[in-house]
Design a protein around this ligand. Structure first.
Ligand SMILES: Cc1ncc(COP(=O)(O)O)c(C=O)c1O
Length: 912
């Protein structure tokens, strides 16, 4: 059995302990009476001891059933005990307890093989009432507890849409542990008897409390304020939950308190029907899916179709002699739901007034935005919409150079003056990290010194990056606003939609950070701190400003946009994406332009199935996002642990840690890895609360150079062709395994099995290899792991596309369109030879985007000077796919004449 410290999460510990209990009680039941060994009895006793504090937070099997098991054990009733434990474990694994009462006595069961839940058809499952648990917080005697839960149970009615069970804990700390541990909880009822401290001493549970912070403020509370404080803290760690406060204090005393998202305050303790109805209504508010429901209803209506879309209602398929298989494959519903109608209960994405509007409002609530807009064409489109809505031609935009190509095209379309920001390079792994805050501040201060701050409009960063580097969003915005108080932020969260539903992750999302920042700016203590800092920094030089954690002025504007590919990390059909907005000036300044930009890029025939899936995906995250994200992180963590402790795997592979992927100066906490074979788990909370960058644990980058294969060969020839494992991103010597909310412990186990097999085969191969073959292998490894080409920085825009040389911004749009005339272009091969123009020692300038894959972002943009480092990097780049590069001709560059003429023309216009 694993020791407690081996567990990353209490959820895994719980399920393993139940398995251990089943094994041990089974063994007991097979022994003839009175012959059980002391060791076996001790094992059962120990497992009971470790499960006892854990089970107090779960309604199933519940305190009474757990006591019953222990009594069976004490009375040496081993057969019955083994039977009950088996039933409980089966119900926990299959989820059967969610659908019916689980009888634990053998006499209660007519036949042992009750329907197996796993075999229930999806239709049958859809018809059962969803189940959840309600956490009641009150210090009660056993008798009072039974009475309270029973009273709520008696309120059940046949037409209730959901079914729930209650679980009672005594204290504020227990309630916080409960909501972070038990993912079945959807509502919390805080009663007047709540105490402060938990008596539970289990470290793995107490660890959850670190996640809440605010230790001191809680300790300083008066006991009558515990309830209100708990409501506030629930809103902070699990904002999607419903909290109800039952109080015996006066209305006036309660009115002045911050109750977080408390749905309702009850002054009458025993009005169970009201409470019951409110609990159900609260869950219904998250469960409802306005557009999905409207679409389902529409599909049931008989209609004659006299407009576009012959596929609507499947008519063009059912009458066909040749495409019947399509109908058979997809089934009838999708065609019944296909329509180009925007009325009859449906709505228009371009001008929403009905269920799409409501679905977007619910999504805004779920993701913590003020406004949310759905997109049916991916985040590529969302990015272009936001950029067009906010950036006017000539505005300066600071852009992370290795961001997704949609941003670069967005800059071309908007006519922005672009300042490209360099991420720190990870030469050893041929990948880039993220843009250090110092680099951004430096660029802003340079623009300020050049008198151009007025024109700076937006900062655009990718959070998290493809490789999983996550920014300290709040700190970045805070310090940038200190220099440019109305800067607009666009955070590309294409890979980060799930983050909202993990409490640790949430703090690094754009919407959450914007909310916190807006609140902070309003606080008097912030105003005082700002005034004091302003005085100290009155004559500060650039270095001091770079070294100081700058505070934004209290009147800074919080203007934040996030774009998310819902389809990448949550449930949605492909291309389903969302734009979330928290911009104080949206209504006054942006709304109209946003509408135009939305119209520019959105199809007039948006796909209804994608919209419906976004609506349902939102429902899911509000009700079980927490559970799914928790499981996803656990799966990734167990993968890390398995690879870094397996003796054979360690020989050829290495999971890159935060220490490998984030330089020390950006990791203030000093934490280098989530798991260390010697020290066990590090609590990631501390790093996530403070460090400039952290590593998204759900993305596991594996260094594979030690196998002698480069990332791409390992991906294609080994993982994909031999074992059917699909991955996406590779670098010269790494591959990236992305977990998602569908990743299970068994899929992780399969991957580990495959890696072990690969390592074993390599071992055998090398064992039998000749001396020459071994030398060849070592050389390949060295070539991949040691002789790595340095990654080039963004060089600069050529002077022809710059207004002056004081700051680096360039006119990417002018360069992009200059290349439309073939006569302006020549070609450069990777050895430096130019065809179609003169190359007499002049600066060579790219005329197009050159995007090698991997890494998948432009190594050159139109107007950029081609440095010798870039050419050397491209020569060393052993990838097959380079978008924009023509192997027969080379890189497209501008001719000298074109550059001179363009610069001359621009200067003439400037002079006039
Ligand atoms: C950082 C980033 N932003 C945006 C996108 C585009 O998203 P979508 O595929 O939803 O258009 C991607 C796609 O990979 C991406 O990695």
């Amino acid at each position: 059995m694993q020791s407690m410290s081996d567990y990353y999460s209490a959820v895994q510990l719980r399920s393993d302990q139940w398995i251990a209990l089943r094994e041990a009680t089974n063994a007991l039941s097979l022994k003839p009476t009175g012959t059980a060994s002391v060791a076996l009895l001790k094992t059962v006793d120990t497992v009971f001891e470790s499960l006892a504090p854990i089970e107090t937070y779960w309604a199933f099997p519940g305190a009474a059933a757990f006591d019953h098991l222990r009594r069976q054990f004490e009375h040496r009733n081993f057969e019955d005990l083994a039977f009950s434990v088996r039933r409980i474990l089966r119900a926990l694994t299959s989820g059967a307890y969610r659908r019916r009462t689980i009888p634990l006595e053998r006499d209660d069961i007519e036949s042992d093989d009750l329907e197996d839940e796993a075999l229930l058809s999806p239709e049958a499952r859809a018809l059962t009432k969803p189940y959840f648990e309600v956490l009641i917080v009150d210090e009660l005697s056993e008798h009072q507890e039974r009475w309270l839960c029973g009273s709520l149970q008696r309120m059940r009615r046949a037409d209730d849409q959901f079914i729930y069970e209650s679980v009672v804990v005594p204290s504020l700390e227990d309630a916080l542990i409960g909501i972070l541990f038990n993912h079945n909880i959807q509502a919390v009822v805080v009663r007047p008897g709540v105490t402060l401290k938990s008596k539970n001493e289990l470290p793995i549970l107490k660890r959850y409390l670190n996640r809440v912070g605010d230790e001191e403020s809680v300790d300083a509370l008066r006991s009558e304020d515990y309830g209100a404080e708990l409501c506030r803290l629930i809103a902070r760690v699990r904002p999607e939950l419903d909290a109800y406060l039952i109080t015996d204090r006066s209305v006036e005393a309660i009115a002045g308190l911050d109750l977080g998202l408390c749905r309702r305050v009850f002054y009458n303790q025993e009005d169970f029907l009201e409470l019951h109805l409110n609990i159900l209504r609260g869950v219904q508010a998250r469960f409802k899916t306005p557009f999905f429901t409207a679409l389902k209803d529409y599909s049931k209506q008989p209609t004659g179709v006299f407009h576009a879309m012959p596929i609507s209602r499947g008519k063009s398929i059912s009458r066909s002699h040749w495409i019947q298989d399509m109908g058979a494959f997809y089934g009838p519903n999708i065609f019944l739901a296909e329509t180009s109608a925007t009325s009859g209960g449906l709505d228009s994405l371009l001008e929403p007034h009905g269920p799409i509007k409501e679905a977007q409002e619910l999504a805004a609530r779920a993701f913590g935005a003020k406004q949310t807009f759905f997109s049916t064409n991916g985040t590529s489109t969302c990015n272009k919409i936001v950029v067009q809505a906010l950036v006017r031609p000539g505005d300066i935009v600071l852009v992370d150079r290795d961001c997704h190509k949609s941003h670069h095209y967005g800059m071309v379309l908007a006519g922005a003056q672009v300042v490209y920001l360099d991420s720190y390079p990870l030469d050893q792994y041929s990948m880039y990290g993220a843009v250090p805050l110092r680099e951004i501040k430096h660029q802003l201060l340079k623009l300020k010194a050049a008198g151009k701050l007025e024109r700076v409009r937006m900062l655009l960063l990718t959070n998290c990056t493809f490789d999983g580097i996550v920014y300290n969003v709040e700190r970045f915005m805070e310090e940038c606003l200190a220099i440019k108080p109305d800067l607009v932020f666009l955070w590309d969260e294409a890979w980060f939609a799930f983050a909202r539903f993990g409490p640790t992750y949430r703090q690094r999302t754009a919407m959450y950070a914007a909310e916190v920042l807006r609140d902070r700016l309003k606080r008097p203590d912030h105003g005082e701190a700002y005034a004091a800092q302003r005085k100290t920094l009155a004559d500060a030089d650039v270095e001091t400003l770079l070294d100081t954690r700058l505070l934004p002025p209290p009147d800074a504007r919080v203007r934040v946009y996030a774009t998310q590919s819902t389809h990448k990390t949550l449930t949605s059909l492909r291309q389903g994406s969302m734009i979330h907005v928290r911009d104080q000036d949206f209504k006054g300044e942006v709304e109209q332009a946003f509408h135009e930009a939305y119209m520019t890029h959105t199809s007039t025939s948006p796909n209804y199935q994608i919209i419906a899936s976004l609506d349902v995906g939102r429902r899911q995250v509000e009700l079980e996002g927490f559970e799914f994200v928790q499981r996803q992180v656990e799966a990734a963590m167990s993968m890390r642990r398995a690879i870094s402790t397996h003796p054979l795997l360690k020989k050829y592979f290495k999971v890159l840690t935060a220490g490998d992927m984030i330089p020390e100066q950006h990791r203030e906490s000093g934490i280098t890895s989530y798991y260390d074979p010697h020290q066990g788990w590090n609590d990631i909370w501390e790093a996530w609360a403070s460090d400039e960058f952290v590593l998204d644990a759900t993305r596991v980058t594996l260094s594979v150079g030690g196998t002698g294969w480069d990332g791409d060969t390992f991906k294609t020839d080994i993982l994909m062709d031999k074992y059917g494992i699909q991955i996406n991103k590779t670098s010269r010597n790494t591959v990236l395994f992305m977990t998602n909310i569908g990743t299970t412990r068994s899929s992780v186990a399969y991957l580990i099995e495959v890696l072990v097999q690969i390592a074993q085969e390599l071992d055998e191969l090398l064992d039998d290899a000749s001396k020459m073959e071994k030398l060849g292998f070592e050389r390949r490894v060295r070539n991949l792991m040691v002789d790595v080409p340095p990654l080039p920085d963004f060089s600069r825009f050529h002077d022809a596309f710059r207004t002056d040389r004081t700051t680096p911004e360039g006119d990417i749009r002018a360069a992009f369109f200059l290349s439309y005339d073939e006569n302006n272009c020549a070609y450069l091969d990777l050895n430096g030879t130019v065809t179609g123009g003169d190359d007499s020692g002049r600066e060579l300038v790219s005329a197009s985007f050159i995007i090698p894959y991997p890494p998948g972002f432009p190594i050159l943009v139109p107007g950029q000077v081609i440095s010798s480092e870039i050419l050397a990097f491209m020569r060393a780049l052993d990838v097959n796919e380079i978008h924009g590069y023509r192997p027969d001709l080379g890189l497209r560059i501008f001719t000298e004449e074109a550059l001179v003429e363009h610069a001359g023309g621009r200067n003439r216009i400037a002079a006039e």
